[in-house]
Ligand binder design. Structure first.
Ligand SMILES: NC(=O)c1ccc[n+]([C@@H]2O[C@H](COP(=O)([O-])OP(=O)(O)OC[C@H]3O[C@@H](n4cnc5c(N)ncnc54)[C@H](OP(=O)(O)O)[C@@H]3O)[C@@H](O)[C@H]2O)c1
Length: 295
């Protein structure tokens, strides 16, 4: 039982969360602020970040909310933001890789990478690597990767991972969400001495009523999403498993699992394929120009 004057354990924590200005990420950030966690909202623009923080502070006036700016499709911007964060926060307890996107049309980022692959997978892989020095300093460090049950339909197209020849928004999305699961499990298997205390888990938030399928889609796909999300839960509900993984004492030390409704469940067969996960790891290292992932 909590003793009088005892500070709840979450109150000294620092959490960095990407894609925090809307949907599941916003509700996750708000809920963490409500628990006293110092929450860093990673957003694409200062305007979006400030708007989100103002909204949080309306219901939680003493929220310890900070922000960092990066377009996560740009590896340069991820690197610049990470070096600023490392200076500001020598200890990061939780990293929630939550940002995600859905593009109907094929296009490349400034790094010449297909957009969903860059944002939904490579930004998770790169950010976790860059923030490791601060994550490593926590006594209960946790990395949470927001994936999706869409990964069950996914396949890593190793011969054409950018889907140049065969692009479809759903195919690219499912591939990237499968990569989230494979990255999570492979990171957990690869953790060398000095990094074993870091836990890493993947989350499926469920079908959630957000605008993800409206932002960068053609009108037909947007309409399909509007119909589909009618069956979804609220973003607040969709945030519950991420918040649980970030703050729960009972899962301290639990790592390398796929979570749904605050319970672990088996991911797809492809998600647990160790050989493919190793191939994906090497490919991701190359695409992010990382020489030594665990420095
Ligand atoms: N909604 C669902 O049913 C569902 C189901 C399973 C999994 N998920 C996953 O849940 C996560 C959150 O999605 P959501 O449904 O909450 O959608 P959302 O409201 O659109 O949130 C996505 C967030 O990611 C940010 N983002 C996208 N591209 C970015 C970029 N290049 N740079 C910086 N930030 C970027 C968005 O910022 P902007 O507002 O600036 O675009 C937004 O804050 C995603 O990983 C998604 O795959 C969602």
């Amino acid at each position: 039982m909590k003793k009088e004057n005892e500070t709840p354990t979450t109150e000294n924590k620092v959490c960095v969360i990407t894609g925090a200005n809307s949907g599941i990420g916003f509700e996750t950030a708000k809920s963490l602020c409500g628990k006293g966690v110092t929450t860093v909202l990673v957003c694409r623009s200062r305007e979006k970040a400030e708007k989100a923080i103002t909204k949080i502070k309306k219901s939680i006036p003493d929220a310890k909310a900070d922000f960092a700016i990066a377009d996560l499709s740009s590896q340069k911007q991820i690197r610049e933001m990470s070096s600023k964060l490392l200076k500001r926060y020598p200890i990061i307890d939780v990293l929630i890789n939550n940002a995600g996107s859905w593009y109907s049309d094929f296009d490349l980022t400034e790094d010449r990478i297909e957009r969903q692959w860059a944002i939904n997978h490579l930004s998770y892989f790169l950010l976790a690597h860059l923030l490791l020095p601060a994550i490593q300093n926590s006594d209960d460090p946790r990395i949470i990767n927001v994936s999706s049950d869409s990964h069950f339909q996914g396949k890593i197209h190793f011969k054409d991972v950018l889907l140049r020849k065969n692009y479809h928004g759903l195919r690219a999305y499912a591939q990237s969400k499968l990569a989230n699961v494979m990255f999570t499990l492979e990171f957990d298997r690869r953790k060398p001495a000095g990094f074993e205390h870091i836990t890493i888990n993947a989350v499926q938030p469920g079908l959630v009523k957000t605008d993800i399928g409206l932002k960068h889609t053609i009108s037909f796909h947007g309409l399909m999403w509007k119909i589909r999300r009618l069956l979804g839960v609220s973003p607040e509900k969709g945030a519950e498993t991420s918040v649980y993984l970030a703050t729960s004492e009972e899962i301290k030390g639990v790592s390398g699992k796929y979570w749904d409704k605050c319970k672990p469940k088996p991911p797809s067969k492809k998600g647990t394929d160790k050989e493919d996960a190793q191939k994906l790891w090497l490919l991701s290292l190359e695409m992010c120009a990382i020489r030594n992932y665990f420095p």
